[in-house]
Design a protein around this ligand. Structure first.
Ligand code: FDA
Length: 301
Protein backbone atom coordinates (compact mmCIF):
# COMPACT_ATOMS: atom_id res chain seq x y z
CA UNK A 1 0.00 0.00 0.00
CA UNK A 2 2.64 2.50 1.14
CA UNK A 3 4.87 1.39 -1.75
CA UNK A 4 2.09 2.08 -4.28
CA UNK A 5 1.43 5.47 -2.68
CA UNK A 6 5.08 6.59 -2.95
CA UNK A 7 5.44 5.23 -6.49
CA UNK A 8 2.28 7.17 -7.44
CA UNK A 9 3.75 10.31 -5.84
CA UNK A 10 7.07 9.79 -7.65
CA UNK A 11 5.27 9.91 -11.01
CA UNK A 12 3.20 13.00 -10.25
CA UNK A 13 4.38 15.60 -12.79
CA UNK A 14 2.97 18.60 -10.92
CA UNK A 15 4.72 17.68 -7.68
CA UNK A 16 7.92 16.92 -9.60
CA UNK A 17 7.87 20.38 -11.12
CA UNK A 18 6.89 22.13 -7.90
CA UNK A 19 9.73 20.45 -5.96
CA UNK A 20 12.32 22.01 -8.31
CA UNK A 21 11.57 25.45 -6.92
CA UNK A 22 12.18 24.50 -3.32
CA UNK A 23 15.71 23.00 -3.31
CA UNK A 24 16.35 19.79 -1.41
CA UNK A 25 13.61 19.24 1.18
CA UNK A 26 12.08 16.55 3.41
CA UNK A 27 15.44 14.93 4.19
CA UNK A 28 16.36 14.50 0.52
CA UNK A 29 19.74 16.15 1.18
CA UNK A 30 20.84 12.99 2.97
CA UNK A 31 20.42 10.89 -0.16
CA UNK A 32 20.96 13.50 -2.92
CA UNK A 33 24.47 15.00 -3.27
CA UNK A 34 23.40 18.63 -3.82
CA UNK A 35 21.68 20.49 -6.61
CA UNK A 36 24.75 21.50 -8.66
CA UNK A 37 28.00 20.05 -10.06
CA UNK A 38 30.28 21.73 -7.51
CA UNK A 39 28.41 20.27 -4.53
CA UNK A 40 28.19 16.86 -6.20
CA UNK A 41 31.91 16.74 -7.10
CA UNK A 42 32.83 17.53 -3.48
CA UNK A 43 30.99 14.35 -2.45
CA UNK A 44 32.59 12.36 -5.27
CA UNK A 45 36.07 13.45 -4.19
CA UNK A 46 35.37 12.47 -0.60
CA UNK A 47 34.17 9.02 -1.68
CA UNK A 48 37.14 8.57 -4.03
CA UNK A 49 39.49 9.37 -1.14
CA UNK A 50 37.91 6.49 0.76
CA UNK A 51 38.64 4.14 -2.16
CA UNK A 52 35.08 4.25 -3.54
CA UNK A 53 34.29 4.87 -7.21
CA UNK A 54 31.12 6.77 -8.19
CA UNK A 55 28.43 6.63 -10.83
CA UNK A 56 26.85 10.04 -11.23
CA UNK A 57 23.18 10.59 -12.02
CA UNK A 58 22.09 14.08 -13.01
CA UNK A 59 18.54 13.60 -11.75
CA UNK A 60 15.63 13.84 -14.12
CA UNK A 61 13.12 11.58 -15.88
CA UNK A 62 9.80 11.63 -17.74
CA UNK A 63 10.82 14.58 -19.93
CA UNK A 64 8.26 15.41 -22.64
CA UNK A 65 9.78 18.58 -24.02
CA UNK A 66 12.73 18.60 -26.45
CA UNK A 67 14.35 21.72 -25.05
CA UNK A 68 14.28 20.18 -21.57
CA UNK A 69 15.84 16.97 -22.92
CA UNK A 70 18.58 18.98 -24.66
CA UNK A 71 19.25 20.88 -21.43
CA UNK A 72 19.60 17.55 -19.61
CA UNK A 73 22.12 16.38 -22.23
CA UNK A 74 24.16 19.59 -21.79
CA UNK A 75 24.20 19.09 -18.04
CA UNK A 76 25.39 15.50 -18.41
CA UNK A 77 28.12 16.65 -20.82
CA UNK A 78 29.20 19.15 -18.16
CA UNK A 79 29.47 16.26 -15.68
CA UNK A 80 31.62 14.29 -18.16
CA UNK A 81 33.88 17.34 -18.43
CA UNK A 82 34.10 17.71 -14.64
CA UNK A 83 34.99 14.02 -14.18
CA UNK A 84 37.73 14.34 -16.79
CA UNK A 85 39.14 17.67 -15.59
CA UNK A 86 39.18 16.61 -11.94
CA UNK A 87 40.43 13.10 -12.80
CA UNK A 88 37.70 11.62 -10.64
CA UNK A 89 37.13 7.88 -10.36
CA UNK A 90 33.61 8.17 -11.69
CA UNK A 91 31.28 7.41 -14.58
CA UNK A 92 27.82 8.40 -15.79
CA UNK A 93 24.38 6.92 -15.09
CA UNK A 94 21.55 8.35 -17.17
CA UNK A 95 17.86 7.72 -17.76
CA UNK A 96 16.76 7.45 -21.40
CA UNK A 97 13.43 9.12 -20.56
CA UNK A 98 15.37 12.18 -19.39
CA UNK A 99 17.10 12.37 -22.76
CA UNK A 100 13.85 12.24 -24.74
CA UNK A 101 12.94 8.55 -25.10
CA UNK A 102 9.24 9.35 -24.71
CA UNK A 103 9.43 12.17 -27.25
CA UNK A 104 11.20 10.59 -30.21
CA UNK A 105 13.41 7.48 -30.22
CA UNK A 106 15.85 8.75 -32.88
CA UNK A 107 16.25 12.10 -31.14
CA UNK A 108 17.00 10.30 -27.85
CA UNK A 109 19.52 7.98 -29.52
CA UNK A 110 21.40 10.95 -31.02
CA UNK A 111 21.48 12.68 -27.65
CA UNK A 112 22.85 9.60 -25.88
CA UNK A 113 25.30 9.01 -28.73
CA UNK A 114 26.72 12.51 -28.23
CA UNK A 115 27.25 11.74 -24.54
CA UNK A 116 28.78 8.31 -25.32
CA UNK A 117 31.10 9.92 -27.88
CA UNK A 118 32.43 12.62 -25.50
CA UNK A 119 32.69 10.13 -22.65
CA UNK A 120 34.53 7.53 -24.75
CA UNK A 121 37.22 10.09 -25.63
CA UNK A 122 37.93 10.45 -21.92
CA UNK A 123 37.53 6.71 -21.25
CA UNK A 124 34.39 7.26 -19.17
CA UNK A 125 31.73 4.54 -18.96
CA UNK A 126 28.04 5.41 -19.51
CA UNK A 127 25.32 3.32 -17.92
CA UNK A 128 21.75 3.51 -19.20
CA UNK A 129 19.60 3.02 -16.11
CA UNK A 130 16.63 0.76 -16.70
CA UNK A 131 13.24 2.36 -16.09
CA UNK A 132 9.80 0.74 -16.17
CA UNK A 133 8.63 -2.09 -18.44
CA UNK A 134 7.43 -0.04 -21.45
CA UNK A 135 10.94 1.45 -21.67
CA UNK A 136 12.78 -1.87 -21.39
CA UNK A 137 12.84 -2.86 -25.10
CA UNK A 138 13.65 0.68 -26.31
CA UNK A 139 16.52 0.87 -23.81
CA UNK A 140 17.97 -2.46 -24.95
CA UNK A 141 17.58 -1.21 -28.52
CA UNK A 142 19.57 1.94 -27.68
CA UNK A 143 22.31 -0.14 -26.09
CA UNK A 144 22.39 -2.56 -29.06
CA UNK A 145 22.53 0.17 -31.67
CA UNK A 146 25.23 2.14 -29.86
CA UNK A 147 27.39 -0.92 -29.40
CA UNK A 148 26.90 -1.85 -33.08
CA UNK A 149 28.23 1.63 -33.86
CA UNK A 150 31.37 0.74 -31.92
CA UNK A 151 30.77 2.30 -28.52
CA UNK A 152 32.29 -0.06 -25.97
CA UNK A 153 31.77 2.30 -23.03
CA UNK A 154 28.02 1.55 -22.79
CA UNK A 155 26.12 -0.74 -20.44
CA UNK A 156 22.73 -1.09 -18.84
CA UNK A 157 20.78 -2.78 -16.06
CA UNK A 158 19.01 -6.10 -15.54
CA UNK A 159 16.03 -6.02 -13.16
CA UNK A 160 15.62 -9.36 -11.39
CA UNK A 161 11.87 -8.97 -10.87
CA UNK A 162 11.24 -9.58 -14.59
CA UNK A 163 10.54 -13.16 -15.69
CA UNK A 164 12.83 -12.54 -18.67
CA UNK A 165 15.80 -11.35 -16.57
CA UNK A 166 17.95 -14.48 -16.92
CA UNK A 167 17.44 -14.56 -20.69
CA UNK A 168 18.52 -10.90 -20.92
CA UNK A 169 21.49 -11.57 -18.63
CA UNK A 170 22.65 -14.26 -21.05
CA UNK A 171 22.12 -12.02 -24.07
CA UNK A 172 24.25 -9.24 -22.55
CA UNK A 173 27.08 -11.36 -21.15
CA UNK A 174 29.69 -9.36 -23.08
CA UNK A 175 28.64 -6.06 -21.66
CA UNK A 176 29.36 -4.47 -18.31
CA UNK A 177 26.03 -4.95 -16.52
CA UNK A 178 24.41 -3.69 -13.35
CA UNK A 179 22.12 -6.23 -11.69
CA UNK A 180 19.31 -4.98 -9.42
CA UNK A 181 16.04 -6.26 -7.98
CA UNK A 182 13.94 -3.60 -9.76
CA UNK A 183 12.34 -0.42 -8.44
CA UNK A 184 9.07 0.10 -10.35
CA UNK A 185 5.56 -1.30 -9.96
CA UNK A 186 5.15 -3.95 -12.65
CA UNK A 187 2.35 -6.29 -13.67
CA UNK A 188 2.31 -9.95 -12.56
CA UNK A 189 2.14 -10.80 -16.27
CA UNK A 190 5.78 -9.76 -16.65
CA UNK A 191 7.27 -9.55 -13.16
CA UNK A 192 7.56 -11.57 -9.97
CA UNK A 193 5.64 -9.92 -7.16
CA UNK A 194 6.84 -11.87 -4.14
CA UNK A 195 10.06 -10.78 -2.43
CA UNK A 196 11.26 -14.38 -2.14
CA UNK A 197 10.81 -15.02 -5.88
CA UNK A 198 12.57 -11.77 -6.76
CA UNK A 199 15.47 -12.55 -4.41
CA UNK A 200 15.83 -16.07 -5.86
CA UNK A 201 15.90 -14.73 -9.40
CA UNK A 202 18.37 -12.04 -8.33
CA UNK A 203 20.75 -14.71 -6.98
CA UNK A 204 20.27 -16.76 -10.17
CA UNK A 205 21.25 -13.88 -12.49
CA UNK A 206 24.11 -12.73 -10.26
CA UNK A 207 25.64 -16.21 -10.21
CA UNK A 208 25.23 -16.62 -13.97
CA UNK A 209 26.78 -13.23 -14.71
CA UNK A 210 29.66 -13.70 -12.28
CA UNK A 211 30.52 -16.98 -13.98
CA UNK A 212 30.02 -15.88 -17.58
CA UNK A 213 29.80 -12.08 -17.78
CA UNK A 214 32.36 -9.45 -18.65
CA UNK A 215 32.08 -7.30 -15.54
CA UNK A 216 29.28 -7.48 -12.97
CA UNK A 217 27.96 -4.62 -10.83
CA UNK A 218 25.82 -5.99 -8.02
CA UNK A 219 23.62 -3.13 -6.83
CA UNK A 220 21.91 -3.90 -3.55
CA UNK A 221 21.78 -2.94 0.13
CA UNK A 222 20.75 -6.47 1.09
CA UNK A 223 23.24 -8.16 3.50
CA UNK A 224 22.01 -11.63 2.59
CA UNK A 225 22.75 -11.09 -1.09
CA UNK A 226 26.10 -9.40 -0.39
CA UNK A 227 27.22 -12.27 1.88
CA UNK A 228 26.09 -14.78 -0.73
CA UNK A 229 28.11 -13.01 -3.44
CA UNK A 230 31.22 -12.94 -1.26
CA UNK A 231 30.95 -16.68 -0.58
CA UNK A 232 30.09 -17.55 -4.18
CA UNK A 233 33.00 -15.51 -5.58
CA UNK A 234 35.46 -17.13 -3.16
CA UNK A 235 34.18 -20.66 -3.87
CA UNK A 236 34.41 -20.16 -7.65
CA UNK A 237 37.75 -18.31 -7.70
CA UNK A 238 36.18 -15.22 -9.22
CA UNK A 239 38.73 -12.43 -9.13
CA UNK A 240 37.76 -9.34 -7.15
CA UNK A 241 38.35 -7.12 -10.19
CA UNK A 242 35.61 -9.01 -12.08
CA UNK A 243 32.81 -7.47 -10.05
CA UNK A 244 31.86 -4.60 -7.79
CA UNK A 245 29.17 -3.82 -5.26
CA UNK A 246 27.07 -0.72 -5.75
CA UNK A 247 24.83 1.15 -3.31
CA UNK A 248 23.01 4.44 -3.34
CA UNK A 249 24.52 7.61 -1.91
CA UNK A 250 23.60 8.13 1.73
CA UNK A 251 22.48 4.53 2.36
CA UNK A 252 24.40 2.13 4.61
CA UNK A 253 27.48 4.37 4.58
CA UNK A 254 29.32 2.19 7.13
CA UNK A 255 28.79 -0.92 5.04
CA UNK A 256 29.95 0.89 1.89
CA UNK A 257 33.22 1.86 3.60
CA UNK A 258 33.63 -1.57 5.19
CA UNK A 259 33.31 -3.39 1.85
CA UNK A 260 35.84 -1.03 0.24
CA UNK A 261 38.22 -1.59 3.18
CA UNK A 262 37.82 -5.36 2.86
CA UNK A 263 39.24 -5.00 -0.64
CA UNK A 264 36.05 -5.32 -2.70
CA UNK A 265 35.52 -2.93 -5.58
CA UNK A 266 32.82 -0.52 -4.56
CA UNK A 267 30.88 2.11 -6.49
CA UNK A 268 28.40 4.59 -5.01
CA UNK A 269 25.49 5.83 -7.11
CA UNK A 270 25.58 9.62 -6.63
CA UNK A 271 22.40 11.45 -7.66
CA UNK A 272 22.32 15.23 -7.77
CA UNK A 273 20.30 18.06 -9.29
CA UNK A 274 17.06 19.95 -8.96
CA UNK A 275 14.87 17.04 -10.06
CA UNK A 276 15.31 15.14 -6.80
CA UNK A 277 11.64 14.54 -6.01
CA UNK A 278 10.80 11.41 -8.11
CA UNK A 279 14.06 9.73 -7.08
CA UNK A 280 13.45 10.47 -3.40
CA UNK A 281 9.85 9.16 -3.49
CA UNK A 282 11.03 5.87 -5.06
CA UNK A 283 13.53 5.42 -2.24
CA UNK A 284 10.66 5.86 0.24
CA UNK A 285 8.61 3.33 -1.72
CA UNK A 286 11.38 0.72 -1.52
CA UNK A 287 11.92 1.09 2.17
CA UNK A 288 9.31 2.88 4.22
CA UNK A 289 11.85 3.00 7.08
CA UNK A 290 13.47 5.74 4.99
CA UNK A 291 10.51 7.81 6.17
CA UNK A 292 12.66 8.33 9.29
CA UNK A 293 14.82 10.64 7.19
CA UNK A 294 11.79 12.68 6.30
CA UNK A 295 10.25 12.80 9.76
CA UNK A 296 13.55 13.78 11.43
CA UNK A 297 14.09 16.51 8.87
CA UNK A 298 10.61 17.97 9.26
CA UNK A 299 10.81 18.06 13.06
CA UNK A 300 14.42 19.26 13.28
CA UNK A 301 13.66 22.57 11.56
P1 FDA B 1 15.71 -4.50 -0.46
O1 FDA B 1 15.03 -3.17 -0.50
O2 FDA B 1 15.05 -5.67 -1.12
O3 FDA B 1 16.01 -4.84 1.03
C1 FDA B 1 16.45 -6.14 1.43
C2 FDA B 1 17.08 -6.08 2.81
O4 FDA B 1 18.30 -5.33 2.76
C3 FDA B 1 16.24 -5.37 3.85
O5 FDA B 1 15.29 -6.22 4.40
C4 FDA B 1 17.32 -4.97 4.86
O6 FDA B 1 17.69 -6.06 5.63
C5 FDA B 1 18.47 -4.59 3.96
N1 FDA B 1 18.45 -3.15 3.65
C6 FDA B 1 17.99 -2.58 2.51
N2 FDA B 1 18.13 -1.24 2.56
C7 FDA B 1 18.68 -0.96 3.75
C8 FDA B 1 19.08 0.24 4.41
N3 FDA B 1 18.95 1.44 3.83
N4 FDA B 1 19.60 0.14 5.64
C9 FDA B 1 19.76 -1.05 6.25
N5 FDA B 1 19.40 -2.22 5.68
C10 FDA B 1 18.88 -2.19 4.46
N6 FDA B 1 16.28 -0.10 -10.03
C11 FDA B 1 15.81 -0.07 -11.30
O7 FDA B 1 14.67 -0.50 -11.54
N7 FDA B 1 16.59 0.41 -12.32
C12 FDA B 1 17.86 0.85 -12.10
O8 FDA B 1 18.53 1.27 -13.04
C13 FDA B 1 18.37 0.82 -10.76
N8 FDA B 1 19.63 1.25 -10.46
C14 FDA B 1 20.12 1.08 -9.19
C15 FDA B 1 21.45 1.41 -8.89
C16 FDA B 1 21.97 1.18 -7.62
C17 FDA B 1 23.40 1.52 -7.33
C18 FDA B 1 21.15 0.62 -6.60
C19 FDA B 1 21.69 0.32 -5.23
C20 FDA B 1 19.83 0.32 -6.88
C21 FDA B 1 19.30 0.57 -8.15
N9 FDA B 1 17.96 0.29 -8.43
C22 FDA B 1 17.53 0.33 -9.74
C23 FDA B 1 17.02 0.01 -7.32
C24 FDA B 1 16.86 -1.49 -7.07
O9 FDA B 1 16.14 -2.07 -8.14
C25 FDA B 1 16.09 -1.76 -5.77
O10 FDA B 1 14.80 -1.23 -5.89
C26 FDA B 1 16.74 -1.17 -4.54
O11 FDA B 1 18.14 -1.31 -4.55
C27 FDA B 1 16.19 -1.87 -3.27
O12 FDA B 1 16.53 -3.22 -3.25
P2 FDA B 1 17.78 -3.80 -2.41
O13 FDA B 1 18.35 -4.93 -3.19
O14 FDA B 1 18.73 -2.71 -2.11
O15 FDA B 1 17.21 -4.35 -1.03
Amino acid sequence: MLRDLFIGLSENQLLNRAARNYGLQLGAQQVVAGTNITEMMDSVKELNQAGIACTIDNLGEFVYDKSEAIRAKEQILAVVKAIHEQQADAHISLKPSQLGLDIDYEFCREQIKEIAEKASRDDIFVNLDMENYPRLEPTFRLVNELSEEGYTNIGTVIQAYFHRALKDTRAYRDMRMRLVKGAYKESPAVAYQKKQEIDENFIRIIEWHLLHGKFTSIATHDDRIIDHVKRFAAEHDIERDQFEFQMLYGFRKDLQLALAKEGYRFCTYVPFGEDWYGYFMRRLAERPQNMNLMVKQVFNK
